[in-house]
Design a protein around this ligand. Structure first.
Ligand SMILES: NC(=O)c1ccc[n+]([C@@H]2O[C@H](COP(=O)([O-])OP(=O)(O)OC[C@H]3O[C@@H](n4cnc5c(N)ncnc54)[C@H](OP(=O)(O)O)[C@@H]3O)[C@@H](O)[C@H]2O)c1
Length: 255
């Protein structure tokens, strides 16, 4: 019989948890029994989500952290360990996309920022959590939120798409190198999901129409369309799953 899908006894860090996909994942994890550490740059939205999780009877802690600063990321993981004694699950979700336009027109500061947050930040968090798990000789799960733009061309979002492809590469190498330690690493590649991040795209009638036209399920995703998959991947039900990339895109990339 397969292991049930719950996170009782586990501690999870979810970055970018003050809204959107990260918030949905943090809520799903808490509902499934995990103690959750939520991070983002601004405390305001973060604390609102953490308070509402606590109000529903689960344990949640909000910690501010800039995804572009490896020292802050190291401190986030350390504070989570101090608060709950350990970390079992990491969801790398906080990402940025400061440039919208042809790839050749990007300025270096925007290019560098995209890589700092989306690639170096994800790696810094994965490294800190993996080193903690190895020291504890404990199994664990790392879930990296990539994008379908990491799998296909990303016109007008070229640098962002490059970072999302790098996240997939990172996921596979970490899965291979950390497999012997029973640390699993998987990626989720969402399609278009209604959040602040995607608002400019999905709220434009023209772009929305184009997306829906190419999406077999004929709708834009919602954050909870991603959280169930993230819950499965963090749980013991996924104990033999590592190094994989799961699209959750309403079928958009299927054909
Ligand atoms: N929405 C989509 O259509 C879509 C599609 C494919 C992939 N994704 C991926 O899904 C993930 C979540 O996106 P979303 O749509 O849920 O975005 P969102 O609603 O805008 O939420 C982003 C979260 O990340 C935090 N954040 C942003 N920049 C940060 C930084 N530099 N350091 C730390 N935290 C930061 C934000 O809080 P603060 O502003 O307070 O920091 C917020 O909590 C991202 O990795 C994105 O690439 C989204």
């Amino acid at each position: 019989m397969h292991a049930p899908i719950h996170l009782q006894g586990k501690v999870a860090i979810v970055t970018g948890a003050s809204r959107g996909i990260g918030e949905a994942i943090a809520r799903a994890y808490a509902q499934a029994g995990a103690k959750v550490v939520l991070s983002a740059r601004k405390m305001e939205g973060l604390e609102k989500v953490a308070t509402s999780i606590r109000d529903s009877g689960s344990d949640a802690t909000a910690i501010t952290c800039h995804g572009g600063d490896p020292a802050q990321i190291q401190a986030l993981v350390q504070q989570a360990i101090e608060r709950y004694g350990k970390v079992d699950v990491l969801v790398n979700n906080a990402a940025t996309n400061p440039h919208f336009g042809p790839m050749l027109s990007i300025e270096w500061p925007a290019f560098d920022k995209t890589f700092e947050v989306n690639v170096r930040g994800y790696f810094a968090a994965a490294k800190a959590v993996a080193e903690h798990l190895i020291a504890r000789e404990a199994p664990g799960a790392i879930i990296n939120i990539s994008s379908i733009l990491g799998l296909t061309a990303g016109p007008l979002q070229g640098a962002y798409a490059m970072t999302k492809a790098a996240v997939i590469s990172m996921t596979k190498t970490l899965a291979v190198e950390l497999g012997p330690n029973q640390i699993r690493c998987n990626a989720i590649a969402p399609g278009f999901v209604q959040t602040k991040f995607s608002a400019a795209l999905v709220e434009s009638d023209e772009i929305r129409g184009m997306i829906l036209n190419k999406t077999p399920l004929q709708r834009i995703g919602q954050p909870d369309d991603i959280s169930g998959l993230a819950l499965y991947l963090a749980s013991d039900a996924a104990n033999f799953v590592t190094g994989a990339v799961f699209t959750a895109d309403g079928g958009l990339t299927a054909g």
